[in-house]
Design a protein around this ligand. Sequence first.
Ligand code: ADP
Ligand code: MN
Length: 339
Amino acid sequence: ALDPSSLVTFGSAAAGHDGVLSDPSGELVIKPCTPAEIAFYESANTSHPDLAAYMPLYMGTLQLSAPGSTTPTIPPEKGAEVGTAATLALSDPGPLKGKKLDTGVSIVLENVAAGFRKPNIMDIKLGARLYDDSTKPEKRARLDKVAAETTSSSLGFRIAGMRTWQGEKSETVGGDETVSLEAGSGYKIFNKMYGRKFSAENVMDAFREYVLVPSAGVSKPQAADCVRRFLKDLKDLRQIFENVESRMYSASILLVYEGDPEAYAAATKAETDYLAQEAKQGDDKEEDEEAPPKIAVVKLIDFAHASWTPGNGPDENLLQGVRSTIKIMEKLATELGTS
Ligand code: ADP
Ligand code: MN
């Protein structure tokens, strides 16, 4: 069961608000959320399973309430994985400040970065329009201004943040005030201002910086392989979105790849062995066979302003960002020398 007092600050967030938590195993992300996000996750599995496959696994919700509060508990939908404890009674909400906690409800998700030794993460915020219909004029104007000044308007996405592991011996990182070295972890942190500096003409530099990390030993062949894996999923996602009627404002593509070259080598070998084993065994596959370690993952996250909109056709605002990302990844793949 999930022990409330054991929750810790989630250390692998690449962007977004403070207040994201994790459990001791690191398998879960517990995030303050909006009712719209809960509704979206709860309906995705049944109404759009193809899209749900690209969303983090939804485990349920947690009611974060002060002791003595009469707020009812919301039981997790799929609590089996996390145990049955659904109520968190925290006397001190600690880092959980801000608007989203006002409802007191957090969402419990699979941590997409779990299973990697050194997850290198990029958050790509989708859309030129970044607000839903309920947003007030002042906020619309603010978000439109940032979009106009960044690749959000020209490409339909901007890089909201990144984290890349720099290797064991890293003590400094080059760059301006938009990057820093995280104390203790060896991660280079690219903050939200980093991605705002780029234009459509040079944003590929940021993608190159993300997939190629020489100080950690992430080589061109590894980068090329990871880009190829990202592309496969991104094209699949594009096709899914061409056939789904939804609107998502300020959702993100979350990219994760194995940033430790040794772990990457082990994972590709395990994958080869796994596929060979699968081919040999055919249908009578043994149940207890473990999936190979992760190499590169593409997920869609952040559905605070997402809804199903039957009859309205595909989400062109979101698709522009997905298509632009694919174009840049294809250029990068060519440059890195993939087939
Ligand atoms: P917001 O932007 O509203 O604060 P997000 O859902 O975008 O919330 O989450 C913020 C950050 O937390 C993301 O940039 C991502 O790095 C991380 N994150 C969110 N959900 C997950 C998840 N399921 N697995 C791994 N990381 C996540
Ligand atoms: Mn976000």
